[in-house]
Write a protein that binds this ligand. Sequence first.
Ligand code: SF4
Ligand code: SF4
Length: 488
Amino acid sequence: MNWGNNNKKKVWITTGKIGIFKTCPYRYRKLYISMDTPKKEWKPNPNYENLSKNIKKKIEESSKIFRGRIPTIIENIDPKDERFDEKTLLDFERELNEFISENKFSEYKQYEKPKFIEYSDNFGLLAKPDFTININKIPTAAFISNSKYVKIKENLEYDMEHLLNVWTLRKKFSEIKRILYIFPLGKKLLWADIDEGDFENGEEEIRKFINDLSKSNFQSGRNPFCDWCDFQDNCPAWKGYPFTIKKEKRKVIPRLSYSKLDLYKRCPFAYKKVYVDKIPQKARDFFSTGTTVHNVMEEIEQLDIPLSVNDIHNIYLKKWESPGFISKEDEAEQKKAVWAWFEKYLKEIALNPFKKAKWTELYFQFPIKNKVMVNGFIDRIDKNENGKYEIIDYKTENMIRSQEDVDSDMQLTAYSWAAKKLGMEVERLSLHFVRFQKNIYTTRTDADIERFEKEVSEWFDKIETEKEFPPKKNKYCDHCDFKEICGI
Ligand code: SF4
Ligand code: SF4
């Protein structure tokens, strides 16, 4: 395996690199192995640089190590820069002030350069804390992020960036006992102790990444970030794609997936929290179960020869997703229980008889009225002997929907609409209720598809002009992360 380092230097792993590999191995190879990207001059965003400097300075001043004027965090920042508007910064500054007044700081140390940690002969990792400081005598490493996507405590044990930070800090700065994340744009501070379990999980993630990389055939995979990728114009995954608008426009047009629209329809308040305020949803066992089943199906559906149930069980164990279970015991029980119904589905439907899929997890994106880009992934598409197509969506929910519900299901209409744009004639669509080994079939007409465009256009206008984002009671409220704050 060529690690892209001509065997003299190490490959330096960062979370960003792992993220790129997971999204598209082909892009990873282009960027870090064949290195055929035209080098672009990198210019730091002066507003972010200033903001970052001011946050460090403010904490530094509070540590009483350096005397002098305490800057405000909006100093030198252009409030017209929409990412750093004055209200956002003032809100964040209040939180930072509170944090500073509640804690005692000492021994501030700023890091200009990343620290390198050797992992093996071929690999190393980078640690890039912005500074370290004692907070209430606890040595802490701080990371300032310019992302709007904040982290939440409940998900840290599954957060790749956090696990890698824990791993590298524990190796390189063993005196550090805590991490502080600073999110000026998300108006949030979050800290977490360096945890032994997270360290081990971090090591496991690194091992897994190295293993996957060594076996990879670097396939390209269309995804929602492709319009920002330098290789899109010559990418095999997009060859012959019927684009209707230019790349520059594609980058700025708002995007609306079916799940995004569905959340808005169910509850505008929850939509705002997730998609406007960018608050990540807590990991849940039912999300993990769904991901496991989808990932196993994706692995087996495109094989020429079917695997045995035993082999699939091994894949299932390897692909099992752990986030969101309340305890190890509960997870172990669920792992058995989920396999019991999944095995039944495999024996009764997926392998009876086995049929190779034409496509799995097919990504599509098409604009409506050139004002909104509707995008999504289709679980599975089969090509029938008559040349027509069949669309399948897997459902792992714990109830079966009625025929009427499936006939009017907007997600299936969206898939039918996208398939038509991709030049396929869809014969039928179905939802596979894996837990119940039951498939419900339906069809869509051209009139349905036309109506879909009109409906989505109207929903999009409504979201764009929405001011209130009111909460709306619905059947999913019991599992909602925001039920304590929505007032319902
Ligand atoms: S355009 Fe998309 S599929 Fe192609 S290399 Fe880039 S990220 Fe991968
Ligand atoms: S609990 Fe509140 S925020 Fe969550 S879905 Fe229900 S109404 Fe909406």
